[in-house]
Design a protein around this ligand. Structure first.
Ligand SMILES: N[C@@H](CCC(=O)N[C@@H](CS)C(=O)NCC(=O)O)C(=O)O
Length: 229
């Protein structure tokens, strides 16, 4: 059975979890939260050279990057596919997955998670309101505006759900857990994409399974009530 090291509320771990569920691959989730040093297994640096989650083990094969893991799962279990086959759709899916993990995560979700959860609850340091304000007023409009502009059809890249939709939605879910709700009137197409993506049965299962962790961490899971009802 696949082993996935990480925590389900992690943007990148969730991407891998949703892809595994979509492909009906059983997995064992081994809880590791890099921001909580006590949660790291003794061989953590061997498993994850970057120290980041997720890490996947398939027998004696280990991978420590969510994009590489999703490609591996796709090659090992091609159906249902999460990578479009048409060249432009395929390239767009890779680009938007990268944009989600790079720009959307690094400029928005990561700093807000650190300011509002890690600093006050784990490091016992105050939240920096200026940094939060900077993210909300500068980065968010630009990044959400771009993503909204590329939401042309039902999915971000090609005719069916792809890794790009999953990557973007995973970021938006964690962001909303932090209480930063997507402005649904300003970014209506992006909101529609989020709604469609998280209503995929594999995404719903993943979200349902992570709710105990959401509650335990005191995060805001109320926006998912209609989806999980
Ligand atoms: N490129 C990596 C990024 C992984 C990543 O940034 N993971 C975050 C959680 S979503 C993490 O481990 N953060 C811990 C930290 O920043 O110390 C991937 O896609 O797997």
């Amino acid at each position: 059975m696949l082993k996935i090291y990480g925590v389900p509320i992690s943007v990148h771990a969730r991407k891998v979890i949703v892809v595994s569920r979509l492909k009906a691959l059983p997995y064992e989730l081994v809880p590791v939260a890099p921001v909580i040093p006590g949660s790291l297994p003794p061989n953590w640096r061997e498993l994850s050279p970057t120290g980041l989650i997720p890490v996947m083990q398939d027998g004696d094969f280990t991978l420590a990057d969510s994009s590489a893991i999703c490609v591996y799962l796709e090659r090992m279990h091609p159906q249902p596919s999460v990578y479009p086959s048409a060249p432009r759709d395929h390239a767009s899916a890779l680009w938007l997955e990268q944009y989600a993990g790079g720009t959307l995560f690094r400029q928005i979700v990561h700093p807000l998670f650190h300011e509002t959860v890690v600093n006050p609850n784990i490091l016992q340091q105050p939240t920096n309101p200026h940094r939060v304000d900077e993210v909300v007023t500068r980065a968010m409009p630009e990044v959400f505006g771009y993503l909204d502009s590329v939401c042309g059809g039902a999915h971000l890249a090609g005719p069916v759900l792809s890794v790009a939709d999953i990557a973007v939605a995973s970021n938006l879910v964690t962001l909303q857990y932090l209480g930063f709700m997507l402005d649904r009137s300003r970014f209506a197409k992006l909101a529609g994409l989020l709604d469609r993506t998280i209503r995929h049965p594999a995404f719903i299962e993943a979200l349902r399974a992570e709710q105990p962790a959401v509650q335990q961490m005191g995060l805001r899971g109320d926006f998912l009530k209609p989806v999980l009802a």
